[in-house]
Write a protein that binds this ligand. Structure first.
Ligand code: MEV
Length: 435
C-alpha cells in the first residue's frame, strides 16, 4: 500500500478517476481497480442510480439477500426477505417461523403511528408573551407550511399537533416547538424536516415582532426525532406450556419455559445482557428494514432509546408463563415506510415490498417486529439449551472455507467431516491441509 497523501477535489472527479486514485494506493492497482469494477451492475442506468444514492461512490457493496419462508403473522403467510451478512440469523428466524406456525403463528398489533420533531430555540424575553401569543403563532405556523403539507393531508396525514414546551429548567431561555406528525405510509423524514424548517422560519419572523425588533428569539435547530415511542408495535407468540416439550434436550415444556423466563429476566435487569439480547432482536428487524429500503440506523437509535425508557437500559421482550401458557412479547417503536425514499428506488427494496404483498407502513412494522421476535426466540432457545456456537460455527464453516479458497468438492467433504466435530479456524485449516 502506497503512502497516503491528501487528495484535493476528490468529489469533483468522475467515478473512474476516483476509482483510479483509490486503486493507485494499492500495490496491485490494476487488480484493485478490477476488483472495484467487478461489483458494478451491468445495467448502466441502474448502476448510475446506485451511485447517486450516496456520494463519492466507486463500487457497490454486496450483502446476502435471504428468505425466511412461511412465517405466519396474524394468520397470513409471508416469505420474509432479509438482508444480513451474519450466518445463523436467517436460519434462527426460519426455525422459529416453523415452530410457531403450528402454534398459532405470530400475533401483531400496531399501537400508534405518531412521529415527532422539534424546533429548538432560545427566547430571551418574558415567557408569558410567548405563551399568550402561542395560539396565534400555531395558526401561522400551520398556514405558512400549507404548501408543504397539502399533499400529505390529501393522503390523510399531516401535522397532528404543535406544543410549546418550556425547557428553561434544563437550559436557560431554552424552549421547543414539539410537533407530532402522521406521515401515512412514508417514513416521512424529509416531510417532517421540511415542515420543521418552515416553522423555524415563521417563528423567527414572529419572534422579532413579539420582541419589538429585538433579537429575543434565536433558532438553534429544527430536526425530526428518531425517538418515536408513539409509533410503536407489539408482537407476540403464545402456546400451552406442554407445547414446548422437546424444545430443549432433556427438558419438559415447563422446565424450558422457566429457564427461558429467567434468561429474559436477566436481560431486563442487567444492561450487559440487555444489549446483547436486544442486538439479537435487531438482527431480525434490521435485516427486514434493509431489505425493504428503510433506515436501520434510525430504527436502532429509536429501539435502544426505548429500551431505556423506564430509567434503566433493559431487554425489549417480556415473558409470562403463568396460567399454564407461555406468552412471549416484544413491544418496540419502529418508524418505517413503504413509499418514498429508497423503497421505490432500490430495485430489491421494491422487490421485497412486492414479495410482501405491498404492505402498508403499519403492516411492515408488524412484519419487521416479528422478525425481531423470531430471531430473539431462536437465540434464547439456543442459549438455554445447546448454546449458540455449535450452530453458529457450522454456518461459519462456509465462510472459513471460502476464505481459505476451498473448492466446491472440498467444501462438500468438509461439511460432512465437521458434522460431529468442533469447528475452529485451526481445525478447518488443518483439515484442508490434510485432505
Ligand atoms: C448474535 O448476533 C446475537 C445473539 O448474541 C443474541 C443473544 O445473545 O440473545 C445470539
Amino acid at each position: 500500500m502506497a503512502n497516503k497523501s491528501m487528495v484535493i477535489g476528490f468529489s469533483k472527479l468522475t467515478r473512474e478517476q476516483k476509482r483510479d486514485f483509490i486503486a493507485s494506493l494499492f500495490d496491485n492497482h490494476k487488480g484493485a481497480a478490477a476488483q472495484l469494477d467487478c461489483f458494478l451492475h451491468s445495467d448502466t442506468s441502474l448502476q448510475k442510480r446506485f451511485e447517486e444514492f450516496s456520494e463519492n461512490t466507486i463500487s457497490n457493496y454486496f450483502l446476502p439477500y435471504g428468505i425466511v419462508p412461511n412465517i405466519l403473522i396474524n394468520e397470513e403467510i409471508f416469505h420474509l426477505p432479509m438482508v444480513i451478512e451474519e450466518s445463523s440469523v436467517v436460519a434462527a428466524a426460519s426455525n422459529s417461523a416453523k415452530f410457531w406456525a403450528s402454534r398459532g403463528g405470530f400475533h401483531a398489533e400496531v399501537l400508534g403511528i405518531t412521529k415527532m420533531g422539534h424546533v429548538h430555540f432560545l427566547w430571551n424575553d418574558d415567557p408569558e408573551v410567548l405563551f399568550n401569543a402561542f395560539d396565534e403563532i400555531k395558526d401561522r405556523l400551520i398556514l405558512e407550511a400549507k404548501p408543504l403539507t397539502a399533499n400529505m393531508e390529501k393522503r390523510g396525514g399531516g401535522i397532528m399537533n404543535i406544543e410549546l414546551v418550556d425547557m428553561t429548567h434544563e437550559i436557560a431561555h431554552y424552549y421547543q416547538l414539539k410537533v407530532s406528525f402522521d406521515t401515512c405510509d412514508s417514513m416521512g423524514a424529509n416531510f417532517i424536516n421540511s415542515c420543521l424548517e418552515s416553522f423555524a422560519a415563521t417563528l423567527d419572523g414572529i419572534g422579532k415582532a413579539l420582541s419589538h425588533g429585538k433579537d429575543s428569539l434565536q433558532i438553534i435547530m429544527s430536526i425530526l426525532s428518531n425517538y418515536t415511542p408513539e409509533c410503536r408495535v407489539k408482537v407476540w407468540v403464545e402456546c400451552l406450556i406442554e407445547e414446548l416439550d422437546g424444545l430443549g434436550e432433556g427438558m419438559n415444556g415447563l422446565e424450558f419455559a422457566k429457564k427461558f423466563e429467567l434468561a429474559v429476566k436477566i436481560a431486563q435487569i442487567d444492561p450487559y445482557r440487555a444489549a446483547t439480547h436486544n442486538k439479537g432482536i435487531y438482527n431480525g428487524i434490521d435485516a427486514v428494514v434493509i431489505a425493504t429500503g428503510n433506515d436501520f440506523r434510525a430504527i436502532e437509535a429509536c429501539g435502544h432509546t426505548w429500551a431505556a425508557h423506564n430509567g434503566r437500559y433493559s431487554g425489549l421482550t417480556t415473558v409470562d408463563i403463568s396460567k399454564g401458557k407461555f406468552c412471549y412479547a416484544l413491544e418496540v417503536p419502529l418508524s418505517i415506510g413503504t413509499v418514498g425514499g429508497l423503497t421505490s428506488l432500490h430495485p430489491l427494496a421494491r422487490f421485497s415490498l412486492e414479495l410482501l404483498g405491498e404492505p402498508s407502513a403499519e403492516k411492515l412494522m408488524e412484519i419487521a417486529a416479528v422478525a425481531g421476535l423470531a430471531n430473539n426466540f431462536g437465540a434464547i432457545r439456543s442459549l438455554i439449551t445447546k448454546g449458540i456456537q455449535s450452530g453458529h460455527m457450522k454456518m461459519h464453516l462456509q465462510n472459513m472455507l471460502n476464505f481459505m479458497g476451498a473448492t466446491d468438492e472440498e467444501k462438500k467433504r468438509a461439511e460432512v467431516w465437521f458434522k460431529d466435530k468442533t469447528v475452529s479456524y485451526k481445525a478447518v485449516q488443518e483439515y484442508l491441509q490434510k485432505s
